[in-house]
Design a protein around this ligand. Sequence first.
Ligand SMILES: Cc1ncc(COP(=O)(O)O)c(C=O)c1O
Length: 399
Amino acid sequence: MAFSLFSSKNRNSIASRCQDDSATKLRLRYAPYYHAMQSQQGTSVRLDGRDLIMLASNDYLGLSFHPKVIEASRAALLKWGTSPTGARVSNGSRAYHVELEEKLAAFLGKEACHIHAAGYLSCLSGVAAFAQKGDAILADKNIHSCLWDGIRLSTASVERFSHNSPDDLRTVVSSLPANTPKMMVVEGVYSMEGHIAHLPGLLAIANEYECFNVLDDAHGFGVLGRQGRGTADHFGLTDKVDIICGSMSKALASTGGFVAGDRSLIEYMRTHGKHTIFSASLSPSQAAAASAALDVLQSEPEHLERLWKNQKRYIAMLQSLGLDTWGSETPAVPVVIGDKMRAYSFWQSLMEKGVFTVISVAPAVPIGKDLIRTAISAGHTDEQLDRIGEAFAYAKKRS
Ligand SMILES: Cc1ncc(COP(=O)(O)O)c(C=O)c1O
């Protein structure tokens, strides 16, 4: 028994489970994922020798090729090297981390902020660091996988409520004991559906039942609110949100994530959040890219204006073709096809016409909602939007 960990029986059963996995076999056979592009210039990518329009990136403001963002990132690389090679708590803290955190906190209207090397880590920590065994978490049933992981790791109990439904939140929260510490977890903009959270209604109930609340604004940051301050700002409710977390890999054209809130909360997370304590800090080039993008989105409002102009034109085009956009109100736009094989063929038709999108099928989406995931960017030109329209018309006709 001493060597049970290394017994061939265990090793083989895990290895053969992996080798026989039907989902992996299906993925490899139809190859809809993990496409490695050979080159990129803004919203144009080259894949298998063909130029395609990227219509599935979360580079909402189109800043990943902005000269100021690239230059800042390059300068930081030369000044600080490639990596801080350590965790913030020990050897990995640098002045540029603190500067970016202060800038983000001020922009978001919060006292303090902590940045991590991935948005996934930030949002996971934004839940797991604060909730604990004995607490009850109320989660919108459509939240992102990183938030579910945070919930699981917190070891609190979890109750789901219907997507974006303050009424169902009330039903669920009112059934819990009054003295149980509670947390509500929602997103600002749901990336799969493009829905904006019904934040006023949700926060009113959270407040009434004394729920601590966590808002993952990965897709609202840079997109909604004044200058892109996000969903809480969009509703004028920043001071009612306890924790705003998010990603810097979307509108901020970098990688990494942030958790913002009262200073006491951020310091608590720095003491107790395992994912905050035991993971290496953000690289200098990525921190500098995010910091420069944050400056650009405040000094050059044309990117946000262009994003919304493109979003309106794009949604109108899809609707004129009779396509179902699941009520998306944002630049994250699903096109619901309904069945797996039709979605696959729709995705292939778009690819044939030079438009890169991502297919999403059950169980990632509810049964009957198999869809094509798309996201519009400020970087899409009028000419690209014309070509996108032609590609959708072609795919619709063939589906
Ligand atoms: C809602 C939401 N939260 C968090 C993340 C994680 O961010 P990142 O990909 O930057 O790690 C994502 C990424 O897709 C997301 O959609």
